[in-house]
Write a protein that binds this ligand. Structure first.
Ligand code: PAF
Length: 274
């Protein structure tokens, strides 16, 4: 049955419908979003779609990890009611010419280095929401800028979907779970938790009274520099809603980081509270 028809039936039965958009290669982080959705909605749909329009030239679209059978098994065990895995043609049929750009929020952090990325994310999420018509949709806080962009888009376009956010899920050594962690070689994987320990150093400094952005970021840079295989792409303290840089920590702010290990780009963040 078509996903739209299924959702119509559920709606007629007065059921609340939740959507968890993913690109597959599911890990505990995704499953925690699924369990959040299952707690909030009567019926949960997970979409699996590796969205070409959010990958820039030279990025990892062709090598993006995929484990479809395993994903289906995990979602079945989790109690998901429907898995929606559209083809590229279904999402972007011939003649498709629309792109959604959320301005301002996309100028900083990842947006600076991946200029097409958030247009691709906003566009595909609006299409998925139009097809599924969920009451709620769940996104992870690891992609904090993506979350802010989606919230803005849903508000601006009056899509009528409530956005819920799931916490970052970490490996025992602190590394934030990500499908891209599977690209890391053993040495890179050993060093990658430095991202989280750097962010944690910042949180400790703040708890001791530090409020100066430069000094807070300096401590994280120092920590990351201790990992010989790490190359920092950006580290910024920004307002968590507007994504605008803040020079002094006076209200809760998002400290966000992107680090390369070889060709693998990892992101992470922490909310610092003065
Ligand atoms: O976070 C992701 O996995 C993707 O950006 C999303 C939200 C599924 C859109 O393709």
């Amino acid at each position: 049955m078509q996903v739209g028809k299924l959702v119509e039936q559920w709606r007629r039965a007065r059921m609340k419908v939740g959507l968890v958009p993913t690109m597959g290669a599911l890990h505990q982080g995704h499953l925690s979003l699924v369990s959040l959705a299952l707690g909030e909605a009567d019926r949960v749909i997970v979409s699996i779609f590796v969205n070409p329009s959010q990958f820039g030239r030279g990025e990892d679209l062709s090598s993006y990890p995929s484990n479809f059978d395993e994903d289906l098994k995990k979602l079945d065990e989790a109690g998901v009611h429907c898995v929606f895995f559209p083809s590229v043609d279904e999402i972007y049929p011939e003649g498709f010419s629309t792109s959604i750009h959320v301005s301002g929020l996309t100028d900083t952090l990842c947006g600076k280095y991946r200029p097409e990325h958030f247009d691709g994310v906003a566009t595909v999420c609006s299409i998925l929401m139009s097809i599924v018509r969920p009451d709620i949709a769940v996104f992870g806080r690891k992609d904090a800028q993506q979350l802010a962009v989606i919230r803005r888009m849903v508000d601006d376009l009056r899509l009528g979907v409530e956005i819920h956010a799931g916490d970052i899920i970490r490996e025992p050594d602190g590394l934030a779970m990500s499908s891209r962690n599977s690209y890391l070689d053993p040495d890179e994987r050993r060093q990658a938790p430095v991202i989280h320990s750097g962010l944690s150093r910042a949180a400790v400094l703040v708890s001791k009274g530090e409020r100066d952005t430069e000094r807070i970021c300096g401590a994280v840079r120092e920590a990351i520099a201790e990992a010989s295989l790490a190359t920092l792409q950006y580290l910024e303290l920004v307002d968590p809603d507007s994504m605008k840089p803040v020079s002094k920590l006076t209200t809760p702010a998002l400290l966000a980081v992107a680090v390369y290990f070889g060709h693998t780009r990892l992101i992470d963040n922490v909310i610092l509270k003065p």
